[in-house]
Design a protein around this ligand. Structure first.
Ligand code: DAH
Length: 368
């Protein structure tokens, strides 16, 4: 009884579909306009939207199923438009706002849990880095940064590692490929320390300077519990008239107390860095045993934490090429460099450096 209520479709072209659907919609409109009683409205609803015998249901089973694949999209769009139109007509005829059906389609289930946005937190390395920087900012230091892809000149030569010097072997790194045509000093590499930013800073600013430089550095080091080929450092540089080794000691002693607590003691051991003379390694009294001796400090009571020294006149000579005020007869300075991971591991009792890079929420959450 029903199929004749659905016109024959001669073809599935857009034009033919438009004509067929326009005719159906016009028919629905004229019927809807004539609805006078609640019974008529219900009959209209059944005729068009009835679940078993409604005309829309028939269109869907007769046309949509027989349509060639390429026409299905066109047909579907028109079908949906007709359905929306008929539902609108029914809503209007009911005079009671949107139908239950269209309300259901729009309904929001307010009992569903919302989309939870996790609160971010500073990574423990960044947190430690900021803490170190903050200690020096409080002393009046400014903060600088430099490039991670650095030239041989800034990373090595200007830091007094001459070409071919064996001190370079202690800081092997990745070099950028295909640079053989460039002079050695211009060749690019991943910086092995933040010290090159000392030179970049001095070239830009005449003394006095007091600056700390946090950043990422790279070494050809095998990863193990305490080494990672990528890690972070905070560099420091202070240049002025009459800066002495006592100033260096006082500054770093204060910084270590600020970072690890006022009970911590420091001591300075002779060491070597090409860019400082004299150079020292700074040790702090073991924060785990208070200096009595334990496994963590190898029963010495001391833990080595950073390198420092008085800026070598050879470094000032490179800076003086751009800023003549770096005349080592008139000014002096100290520098220091510390590993952020090492300090974070000490502060938080982390025994595997790799945990910092693991991305594991269980680990990271502890610092949030
Ligand atoms: N650049 C050194 C390193 O990566 C650390 C360092 C030592 C920096 C002494 C300094 C310094 O500024 O004076 O091993």
């Amino acid at each position: 009884m029903t199929t004749e209520r659905i016109p024959q479709l001669k073809d599935f072209s857009a034009a033919s579909l438009d004509a067929a659907f326009a005719a159906l919609e016009a028919e629905a409109r004229s019927e809807a306009a004539a609805l006078a009683t609640p019974g008529a409205v219900e009959a209209f609803r059944l005729e068009w939207l009835g679940r078993k015998q409604g005309r829309l249901n028939e269109i869907s089973s007769l046309w949509l199923k027989s349509a060639p694949a390429e026409a299905k999209k066109l047909l579907g769009q028109r079908f949906n438009a007709l359905k929306t139109a008929v539902e609108g007509l029914l809503d209007a005829a009911l005079g009671a706002g949107p139908s239950n059906a269209s309300l259901a389609a729009e309904a929001i289930d307010i009992t569903l849990p919302g989309t939870r946005r996790l609160m971010g937190a500073e990574h423990p390395i960044i947190k430690t880095l900021n803490e170190i920087v903050g200690v020096f900012q409080a002393l009046g230091y400014s903060v600088g940064v430099g490039p991670e892809v650095e030239t041989d000149f800034y990373n090595f030569e200007s830091m007094n590692f001459p070409p071919g010097h064996p001190a370079r072997d202690t800081q092997d790194t990745l070099v950028i490929a295909n640079q053989e045509r460039r002079p050695l000093r211009d060749r690019l590499l991943l910086r092995t320390h933040t010290s090159p930013v000392q030179m970049r800073t001095m070239e830009q600013h005449a003394p006095p300077v007091r600056i700390v430089i946090p950043g990422k550095v790279h070494r050809n080091d095998a990863a193990d519990a305490t080494h990672s080929p990528i890690f972070h450092q905070v560099e420091g540089l202070c240049v002025d008239t009459n800066v002495t080794f006592s100033d260096l000691k006082g500054t770093l002693d204060h910084a270590m107390k600020a970072l690890f607590g006022s009970a911590v003691k420091t001591r300075f051991f002779p060491s070597f860095f090409p860019f400082t003379e004299p150079s020292a390694d700074v040790q702090i009294s073991c924060i785990f045993c208070g200096g009595k001796g334990c496994r963590k400090c190898k029963h010495s009571g001391w833990i080595e934490l950073l390198g420092c020294g008085m800026v070598d006149p050879a470094v000032f000579a490179f800076a003086a090429e751009k800023q003549p005020a770096y005349d080592s007869r008139k000014i002096s300075g100290f520098a220091f460099g510390m590993g952020v991971e090492r300090i974070a591991m000490m502060k938080y009792g982390v025994s595997e450096i790799g945990q910092f890079y693991s991305g594991e929420m269980k680990f990271l959450n502890q610092f949030a």
